[in-house]
Ligand binder design. Structure first.
Ligand code: C2E
Ligand code: MG
Ligand code: MG
Ligand code: MG
Length: 283
């Protein structure tokens, strides 16, 4: 088979590998500068309860390089992870979210809101993670019981005993945990029941296709039932229309996040945001 690949093709392959490496190095350089110059911004996407009230937000990072378009996390988080930059970046994200919680706790309208923060594998598996989170809580004075940490199934594949230990230490302080993108990994049900979780997040891919593919619908129903059977909160992400929201609610889901309600937004836009989506009217 190797013989079938001509020289030009091999060279083309090498070039694209080199281009990728160069692009990565450029990104890494840009990210280091961004950390120093504070070019990161947290966007917040509201989460709504079935009755229509906002219960909290998910913090979603954006990168605003000077004079350039906003960069999505999907385009830089992987590089931040492989270069170790996710550690200082992750601390900045947690500190910023905690400062926001403190500012919200000063007003009765916002004092109940929670913030969910995405945690990368490299952060969770770092040996100072628990201490880092606790220091940030102490330093900011943020209420631990309004901070939720989002983990993914893939993060749970390695060092599971250590991860559970860390989760228990943080839970003892009041921090909550959710399992993000649930259903896309290959974690077993025995793993699921061994984790001290509070919330399951139904992955948006299933929600997106639930009315196009009966199998996605079946998965959505199963995840909702599973979460409820285990006494977990279940939140559906990627809810884009009322058909999806209403079906999810019929299946027993009580919390929703998605473009139907609001896109992720910077904090100043958040202050004037109002929910205009009518609650489910079904039986
Ligand atoms: P995620 O944690 O699963 O976040 C949900 C993603 O879905 C967000 O994309 C959000 O903007 C998008 N989304 C929300 N509602 C809808 C909807 O109705 N329709 C569609 N099509 N999309 C919707 P975003 O902000 O680009 O983030 C992508 C991923 O990057 C996140 O997935 C998360 O894994 C990662 N990420 C984002 N912020 C952070 C962070 O602060 N730290 C870490 N470690 N990862 C982050
Ligand atoms: Mg998330
Ligand atoms: Mg998700
Ligand atoms: Mg995702």
């Amino acid at each position: 088979d190797a013989k079938k690949v001509g020289r030009n093709q091999i060279r083309f392959f090498d070039t694209s590998m080199q281009q990728k490496a160069e692009h990565r190095a450029e990104l890494e350089f840009g990210l280091r500068r961004a950390l120093k110059n504070q070019e990161f911004i947290l966007y917040y996407q509201p989460q709504y309860h079935a009755e229509g009230e906002m219960t909290g937000v998910e913090a979603l990072i954006r990168w605003q390089p000077p004079e350039q378009p906003l960069v999505s996390p999907g385009d830089f988080i992987p590089v931040a992870e492989t270069t170790g930059l996710i550690l200082p970046l992750g601390q900045w994200i947690l500190r910023t979210a905690c400062q926001q919680l403190v500012s919200w706790s000063e007003h009765p309208d916002t004092a109940h809101l929670t913030i969910a923060v995405n945690i990368s594998a490299a952060q969770m598996h770092h040996n100072s993670f628990v201490d880092d989170v606790l220091s940030i809580l102490q330093e900011t004075g943020a209420p631990a019981n309004r901070l939720e940490l989002e983990l993914t199934e893939s993060l749970l594949i390695d060092n599971i005993e250590q991860t559970i230990e860390k989760m228990l230490l943080l839970k003892a302080e009041g921090i909550r945990f959710s399992l993000d993108d649930f259903g896309t990994g290959f974690s077993s049900l025995s793993l699921l029941i061994s984790l001290p979780l509070d919330t399951l997040k139904v992955d948006q891919a299933f929600v997106r296709d639930m009315h196009r593919d009966a199998r996605d619908l079946a998965v959505v129903r199963t995840i909702i039932d599973l979460g409820r059977s285990l006494a977990l909160n279940v939140i559906a992400e990627g809810v884009e229309n009322l058909d999806q929201r209403d079906a999810l609610q019929r299946f027993g889901c009580r919390s929703f996040q998605g473009f139907l309600y609001a896109r992720p937004m910077p904090i100043d836009a958040f202050a004037s945001h109002k929910n205009t989506i009518p609650p489910y009217q079904g039986l």
